[in-house]
Design a protein around this ligand. Sequence first.
Ligand code: PGA
Length: 252
Amino acid sequence: MMRNIVAGNWKSNKSINESREWMSEMSNLEGSMPKDVRVIVAPPAPYLAALAEVKPSNVILASQTVSATGSGAYTGEFTADMLTSCGVEFALIGHSERRGGYGETDEVVVDKISRCIEAGLGVVLCCGEPLEVRDSGGHEEMIARQLDSAMNNLSDVDPSKFVIAYEPIWAIGTGRTATSEQAGEMHTFIRSWLSDKFSQERANQISILYGGSCKPSNADELFANANVDGGLIGGASLKTEDFSQIIKAASK
Ligand code: PGA
């Protein structure tokens, strides 16, 4: 099992042409990429089917979101099955921007995870605390609550299709990264939560990514933690030069 993962989250950025260009640059870099790091990228949903045709073989496509429902009268929604049929292998679930801005409650997160598992779509489950929770020392409790809620129904997971991303909200898009110690502490906490939930063996197979202002200049330090298996990268995933440096940093 390859635990090292670097996942890019483009959010609402890039035109289709810029997206194709990014894929073509990643194709040129493919030979120089480490073999022990899974590379995932989540472009805007309208581009996914087209990008599946041109992406290099080492790049795995993800959606930034997925419907909590199946097919039917749900205007604007796209289902987990639709994504897999377009060559998409993962969906981000519970990103703080969706929890905060688009009603992605803990209940919705549970439904989305079930839909993904049913469809065989991989999950990148995002969790993270806001600044006031960090400042008052409630971060471990809050992450445990988010994980408890999201995974309550799951007696086991396929570690090749279930990834956790710890993203402190105060570090997302702010340029203020968690320190290597803060990331290391939280990842160790999440690993031990997973071990209590499943087993030590299963916990050791699940990738735990750090997200929040991760960039080439701090990736080495963050990934040096034994329990930080890579990153979920927003801003620094937009340029292949930065993204590929972060991928190299995740090789252990
Ligand atoms: P950032 O975003 O790297 O731009 O901070 C990370 C994320 O939101 O996944």
